[in-house]
Write a protein that binds this ligand. Structure first.
Ligand code: SF4
Ligand code: SF4
Length: 482
């Protein structure tokens, strides 16, 4: 039987089934132990010294106790703590991005995804470079600066060369004042050599969802194709880091297996990257299974209600305070509003989850990967964020300034990153308002910018940010950053 070892490079050792079972038993045994729960909450509380905010984070066992606890008062304390951590490290800015589906050709047999190879009812489509140019132009015209590209696994139709060429095309498009400044990549597990090529193409984060950490469930849900290989998939982030990519994004598809198992596995994966590679995940995404062509989410009997989903988000925020958290348009406006308070730092907006969807007038459904719950336009999402006192941010500064991996984490761990995030959010919001916003959004946004500029503690930073915002308003000067 494999033994638990967070430093190991073997999937069965760093995501150890026995350790997860023991963690869940420990959590069950202690879920009503108020003294223990209080001590865990106390350990996770942010504190401030002369260098800024710090936070201890939690182990997968400690966090699993919090998740198992069903004392209503303690749940409220968890929510309050998650909010406090979010404010301390991220402030009120929310980074926006959009997914861009390049191709839905796929050789895998994932039972929860409409792109699975055996689905003959879905049209297959792969964007040409000209079609990518049109899609990216449409995305730039909406105001997006940051994309996550998605493609199925298909060595014949979507080889790594296609992905690399597409990244190059996306970065090359400069339409009016638009530009895509960060391309994150969500493609299948691949080799160290291919990860090195993606790094050389200057991608932002490499994203790969584990779907489920339960090996047995994983193998059943992925009956055919290269993705069937649990170890190959689970060890992908290690290979990505060996290939030089130091910002990686984790996630599970909640609803496939027991959420408590997934939660423990997810945190063990984060602990493994920290222990073995010296830097934890850059982001964690929290997708839930949704309806799609040939997919009925009710088939999966582990669906989680909204209250539990919110608690999962809060507990992840408390356990890994330095990791960005992402929620997509799979979730409704109501769920997203609650999630933003509890720790989410990035959301997608105005998304189309079909191949070639952004150039179509009406939202196309024929090649959609999942039903979009939040169908509002980007402008509506931006305005909504501001009405809820979040600063919509189109910032992409860090990776372009070389602040990735452990350089980024050290800034984040000392709470210093907020000194960049806040003014960068205001400057990129100003770009959005001048170039793309509706009149009502514009009015609200410039008022918010004025109020928020006053909150910048460093007088010099405040003046520089103010000067750049004036330049954005009065000229075509763009892309200022701290
Ligand atoms: S989840 Fe990814 S690998 Fe699986 S069928 Fe869908 S596109 Fe293919
Ligand atoms: S400054 Fe860095 S961490 Fe902050 S929003 Fe911009 S890219 Fe993200």
């Amino acid at each position: 039987m494999p033994l638990y070892d967070p430093k190991s490079s073997r999937a069965d050792e760093f995501i150890n089934h026995q350790e997860i079972l023991e963690t869940l038993a420990y959590a069950d045994a202690h879920k009503s132990d108020e003294a223990l729960i209080d001590s865990i909450l106390k350990k996770a509380k942010p504190f401030r010294d002369q260098n800024g905010f710090h936070c201890a984070g939690l182990s997968h066992r400690e966090a699993s106790v919090l998740l198992a606890c069903d004392i209503p008062q303690k749940t409220q304390e968890m929510f309050a703590l998650a909010e406090e951590i979010k404010q301390a490290f991220y402030g009120n800015r929310i980074v926006l991005f959009a997914p861009l589906y390049l191709s839905n050709y796929c050789v895998n047999g994932c039972l929860y995804c409409p792109y699975h190879a055996k689905n003959k009812s879905i049209p297959r489509k792969k964007l040409t470079q000209d079609e990518i140019r049109a899609e990216v132009t449409a995305l730039q015209d909406m105001g997006h600066k940051r994309l996550a590209i998605e493609a199925g696994e298909d060595p014949a139709n979507n080889p790594i060369e296609y992905i690399l060429e597409s990244v190059k095309t996306i970065y090359s498009i400069k339409h009016k004042n638009g530009a895509i400044r960060r391309v994150n990549v969500n493609i299948a597990a691949t080799t160290v050599e291919n990860y090195a090529k993606l790094k050389a193409a200057e991608i932002g984060t490499y994203i790969l969802f584990q779907e489920t950490y339960n090996r047995q469930g994983y193998e059943t849900l992925h009956p055919t194709g290269p993705k069937h290989d649990y170890a190959w998939h689970t060890e992908a982030m290690d290979r990505a880091m060996e290939g030089g990519i130091d910002d990686v994004g984790l996630g599970v598809l909640f609803g496939l297996e027991s959420y408590r198992y997934e939660f423990a596995g997810l945190l063990m994966h984060a602990e493994h990257l920290e222990a073995a590679k010296g830097v934890g995940p850059h982001t964690i995404s929290v997708p839930r299974v949704k309806k799609a062509d040939d997919i009925d989410p009710d088939v999966f009997d582990n669906s989680i209600p909204d209250e539990i989903f919110e608690k999962i988000i809060a507990c992840i925020r408390i356990a890994v305070p330095y990791t960005g958290m992402i929620i997509s348009t799979r979730e409704s406006e109501r769920v997203r509003a609650a999630a933003l308070r509890l720790g989410i730092s990035q959301i997608s907006g105005g998304s189309r989850t079909s191949v070639g969807g952004y150039t179509q007038k009406e939202r196309p459904h024929d090649t959609e990967q999942f039903d979009v719950s939040d169908q509002r336009s980007l402008d509506e999402v931006v305005q909504w964020l501001m009405e809820k006192d979040h600063i919509p941010s189109f910032c992409t500064a860090c990776y372009r300034a070389g602040r990735t991996g452990d350089r980024f984490m050290s800034l984040c761990k000392s709470g210093q990153i907020l000194n960049c995030c806040h003014p960068n959010a205001l400057m990129t919001l100003a770009e959005y308002l001048v170039d793309y916003a509706s009149p009502s959004c514009k009015a609200l946004g410039f008022k918010m910018i004025e109020d928020e500029l006053e909150k910048i503690p460093n007088g010099k930073v405040k003046e520089i940010a103010r000067g750049h915002i004036e330049a954005i308003k009065n000229s075509d000067a763009r892309d200022f950053r701290f």
